[in-house]
Design a protein around this ligand. Structure first.
Ligand code: CAA
Length: 379
C-alpha cells in the first residue's frame, strides 16, 4: 500500500514514457486551439493504457484500480485532458464488466480496452445535473427496440465517441424510472449540438447530445429496466477515483514546476525557496498531495478488495481536486508574474484544476455521499 511493487513501478514508468512521447509536444497548442486529437487517444491505447482495469479476457491488462489510478496520474502530469479521456472511456468498460451481458461485452470491450474505440457516458441534461434522478430523456419500448428522445449536456467526447452509455427514462419519475443503454456513435437520430467553450480542460471536447427518435435495439439495454440510476451511480463511484488521480497528476506537475523555479530564481541574493514564505508554500503543497494520494490509493485498494468504497472515493475526489485547486493557485503565486503568463504551464494547470472540483459530481455532491454514509453509521 505504501510502496509500489516492481510491476507497478514498471507500469508507472511505461505510462510516463508514453505520455511524454505522445502528448507533451502538443499539449500547449491544443489547449489554445481547443483541439482533441483522437489519434493521440489511440496511441495511448496502443501503449496499453486504455484498459488497465479491464479483465484480460476482454482485452485489458487485468490489473486493479490502484494501477489504473497510477497510470491516470502519469498521463495527467503531462496532459490532463487525455487523462480524462482515458477515465471517461473507462466508464463504459466498468459498466459493461458489471452490468453488461457477454454479447455486449464481446461487441465493445476489446475495442475500448485497446483504445481503438472511444467511449462516453451520458447522464446529465440541461435541467438535470446534481439531481441526476430527475433526468427527462425518454426511452420508449417499440417491439425489439427503444426509441430515445431528449437532450444530454456536458458530454465528454460528444461526437467523437464510438459508444455512449445513455441514461434514459423508461418508467415513472425519480431514480427508479431510469434505464441504461448502449448507443453506438453512428445511430440514426443521434446528433451533436453546441461544443462548450471552457475555462480549462480545453483539449477535451464537451458537447451537447441530441436524441431524436434514435432507435436502439432492446438488446443494448444494460441490465433490467429501472436499473439505470444504479448503473450510473456505480460507474461514478469508480470514476471518482480516476478524477482524483487526474487531480493528483495536475497537483504534482504544478508543484514540481514551482519547486524547480524556486530553487533557481534568485531575489535579494538567494534562491526564493530559501525564503520561508516560499519554502512553506511548497511544503504545504507536498503535505496536501501526500494526503490526497493516500486517500485516492486507499479508495482504489478498497475497490480492488471488493470492499465498500464509494464514500472513500468521494473523499478522494474532494481531497485530490481541492488539493489541485490550492496547489495550482499557490504554484502560480510562487512564479509571480511568470506564473500568470502562458510561457509556463501553471495558468493552464490552474484552469484544468478548477473543473476537477465540478465533474463526475461536484464536491458538494461528494459531501452528500460522505454525510449520508456517516449518518447510516450513527443511526
Ligand atoms: N451505487 C449503486 N446504486 C446506487 C448508488 C450507488 N452508489 N447510489 C444510489 N443508488 C441507487 C439505489 O438503488 C437507490 O435506491 P435505494 O434508496 O432503494 O437504495 C437509488 O439509486 C436512489 O438513490 P438516492 O436516493 O441516493 O438518489 P438521489 O436522487 O438522492 O441522488 C446523489 C443522490 C448522490 C446526489 C446523485 O444524484 C449524484 O451522484 N448526483 C451527481 C451526478 C453526477 O455525478 N453527475 C456527473 C455526470 S458525468 C460527468 O461529470 C462528465 C463526464 O463526461 C463523465
Amino acid at each position: 500500500m505504501f510502496t509500489l511493487s516492481e510491476d507497478q513501478q514498471a507500469l508507472v514508468e511505461a505510462a510516463r514514457a508514453a505520455a511524454e512521447a505522445e502528448l507533451a509536444s502538443t499539449v500547449k497548442a491544443d489547449d489554445e486551439a481547443e483541439l482533441f486529437r483522437k489519434d493521440l487517444f489511440h496511441k495511448l491505447g496502443a501503449a496499453g493504457l486504455c484498459g488497465v482495469q479491464t479483465a484480460e479476457r476482454w482485452g485489458g491488462l487485468g490489473l486493479g484500480y490502484v494501477e489504473y489510478a497510477l497510470v491516470i496520474e502519469e498521463i495527467a502530469k503531462v496532459a490532463p485532458a487525455y487523462a480524462v479521456s482515458v477515465a471517461v472511456s473507462g466508464l463504459p468498460q466498468v459498466i459493461l464488466a458489471k452490468f453488461g451481458d457477454d454479447a455486449q461485452r464481446e461487441r465493445w470491450m476489446p475495442g475500448l480496452a485497446a483504445g481503438e474505440l472511444l467511449g462516453a457516458f451520458a447522464l446529465s441534461e440541461p435541467g438535470s445535473g446534481s439531481d441526476a434522478g430527475s433526468l427527462r430523456t425518454t426511452a420508449t419500448r417499440d417491439g425489439d427496440t427503444y426509441r430515445l428522445n431528449g437532450t444530454k449536456f456536458w458530454i465528454t467526447h460528444g461526437g467523437y465517441a464510438d459508444i455512449y452509455v445513455v441514461m434514459a427514462r423508461t418508467g415513472g419519475p425519480g431514480p427508479k424510472g431510469i434505464s441504461a443503454f448502449l448507443v453506438a456513435g453512428d445511430t440514426p437520430g443521434l446528433s451533436f449540438g453546441k461544443k462548450e467553450e471552457k475555462m480549462g480542460l480545453r483539449a477535451s471536447p464537451t458537447v451537447e447530445m441530441i436524441l431524436e427518435d434514435a432507435i436502439v435495439p432492446a438488446s443494448n439495454r444494460l441490465g433490467p429496466e429501472g436499473n439505470g440510476f444504479s448503473v450510473a451511480m456505480s460507474a461514478l463511484d469508480s470514476g471518482r477515483i480516476t478524477i482524483a488521480a487526474t487531480a493528483l497528476g495536475i497537483s504534482q506537475s504544478a508543484m514540481d514546476c514551482a519547486g524547480r523555479y524556486a530553487v533557481t530564481r534568485k531575489q535579494f541574493d538567494q534562491a526564493i525557496i530559501d525564503f520561508q514564505g516560499v519554502g512553506f508554500m511548497l511544503a504545504d503543497m507536498a503535505v496536501r498531495i501526500e494526503q490526497a494520494r493516500l486517500v485516492t490509493h486507499k479508495a482504489a485498494w478498497l475497490k480492488d478488495q471488493d470492499l465498500p468504497f464509494n464514500h472513500v472515493a468521494a473523499m478522494a475526489k474532494c481531497a485530490a481536486t481541492d488539493c489541485a485547486m490550492a496547489v495550482t493557485t499557490d504554484a502560480v503565486q510562487v512564479l509571480g508574474g511568470y506564473g500568470y503568463t502562458r510561457e509556463y504551464p501553471l495558468e493552464r494547470l490552474m484552469r484544468d484544476a478548477k473543473v476537477m472540483q465540478i465533474v463526475e459530481g461536484t464536491n458538494q455532491v461528494q459531501r452528500v455521499v460522505i454525510a449520508r454514509h456517516l449518518k447510516r453509521g450513527w443511526e
